[in-house]
Design a protein around this ligand. Structure first.
Ligand code: PHB
Length: 398
């Protein structure tokens, strides 16, 4: 990669008709080859319903690097950002733009599972070090796992399993599910069904809406007439906010408890206002976790961005932390893939979410917490499960 930077710089100079200038300034070369910035491609949503999620991830990554003095393992970091718009149809082209076009050294993306699956296909073939800071598509750390792909967020079914168990414990015996009908929603609901059915619960109906549609009324009317004892929903970002508002406006809030993965309330805790009061979720993060990393992270993030971090920011932070660990082991050289990947695979650190390490399929093993939205905050109700690992089914690395 150092070579490529040098060549492209030289080519650029040649194209500009200043080839002779290279010889005239011999010190320019070592500066470029040794101190060349690490080019990190960010494929994230900066527009649409997940825009705030992409921004939170980016903010936290940038904060991490700044706190290391602007360098990771001696390399300055150059972010090359592409807005993926959470549009799976554009994912192949946009990933190629970063991998082939920009020739990034490291790829980080993304939020939407459908976009991530297209991205991962290219990443696997290219063998480029890749970190997934959110998208939970199960297959990425199951049958389609790869030695160069690391996920720092969660697997989609993980919060669903934790929420299903908690709903059973809360005495809920019948449920309707309502979700966006794409990988994240389907797999979240599958996780929920696993534990809810195992606990003797009954699913009355499974409702879906195409992503990123927010016309919730028809489904809410059906919920009102079916009268389940609880509802489990996966929506996130701007869509989740509108869902909570519509759920309350439909008069369901006081009669049918709304549950979901943490994403239902993450990042929209305050905006939800009264409509969000009492929504219960299961997540790998909760604001009030009493550990040193969380306290420092929250204070630093608030100082930098005048707002408190959510789960997406935590995932961005952990992504950069994991990359930093790998880069240090590889002396800052991503070509030393054996050292880079080994250190990342074996990394163990204290995240703001609690203890963090990776499974054999390179997906987090972490705790799950139960939360209730009260007064604009996800309030800690208890630990749902510790050291939760997603099945590594079909993963050849595992
Ligand atoms: C996903 O598409 O995997 C996804 C998107 C947003 C979330 C969680 C998962 O909040």
């Amino acid at each position: 990669m150092h070579n490529k930077s040098r060549i492209s710089r030289r080519d650029a100079l040649k194209m500009a008709g200043v080839g002779a200038a290279v010889a005239a300034f011999p010190f320019a070369r070592p500066a470029i080859s040794q101190g060349a910035p690490l080019r990190v491609g960010l494929l994230l949503p900066y527009s649409g319903t997940f825009a705030a999620l992409g921004t939170a991830i980016t903010n936290a990554m940038d904060l991490y690097v700044k706190q290391q003095g602007g360098k990771l393992a001696g390399r300055t970091i150059e972010w090359i950002k592409v807005d993926d718009e959470s549009a799976p149809s554009k994912a192949t082209e946009l990933t190629n733009k970063l991998v082939e076009g920009e020739k990034v050294d490291v790829l980080i993306g993304t939020v939407h599972s459908g976009v991530a699956m297209a991205m991962a296909k290219i990443a696997r073939e290219a063998g480029i070090p890749t970190l997934i800071p959110n998208a939970g598509a199960n297959v990425l750390t199951r049958a389609q796992c790869a030695k160069n792909i690391f996920r720092t967020s969660f697997g989609n079914s993980q919060p669903g399993v934790a929420a299903g168990e908690a709903m059973i414990k809360a005495g809920i015996k019948t449920a309707v599910t309502y979700t966006w009908g794409y990988a994240a929603g389907e797999e979240s609901v599958d996780g929920f069904k696993q534990s809810f059915l195992k606990g003797g619960g009954k699913i009355i109906k499974e409702l879906r809406l195409p992503f990123p549609n927010v016309e919730f009324q028809a489904g809410l009317a059906e919920i009102a007439s079916l009268k389940p004892e609880g509802v489990y929903s996966f929506f996130a970002g701007g869509g989740a906010l509108k869902y909570m508002q519509d759920y309350a406006a439909a008069g369901l809030k006081s009669s049918i408890p709304l549950w979901g993965p943490g994403f239902l309330t993450d990042g929209v805790e305050k905006a939800a206002g009264a409509a969000g009061e009492g929504v219960k979720t299961a997540s790998h993060y909760v604001e009030s976790l009493d550990n040193a990393e969380n306290k420092k992270f929250r204070a630093d993030y608030n100082a930098a961005f005048k707002m408190f971090p959510d789960v997406y920011a935590v995932q961005g932070w952990d992504t950069t932390h994991l990359l930093d660990i790998g880069l240090k082991a590889a002396g800052g050289d991503v070509k030393k893939q054996d050292a880079l990947f080994k250190a990342m695979r074996e990394a163990k650190f204290n995240s703001p979410r609690g203890p963090f390490r990776l499974s054999a399929a390179q997906n987090p093993i972490h705790n799950f917490y139960l939360r209730e939205l009260k007064g604009g905050q996800n309030v800690f109700l208890g630990v749902a499960a510790t050291d939760v690992s997603d099945p590594t089914t079909g993963c050849s690395l595992a």
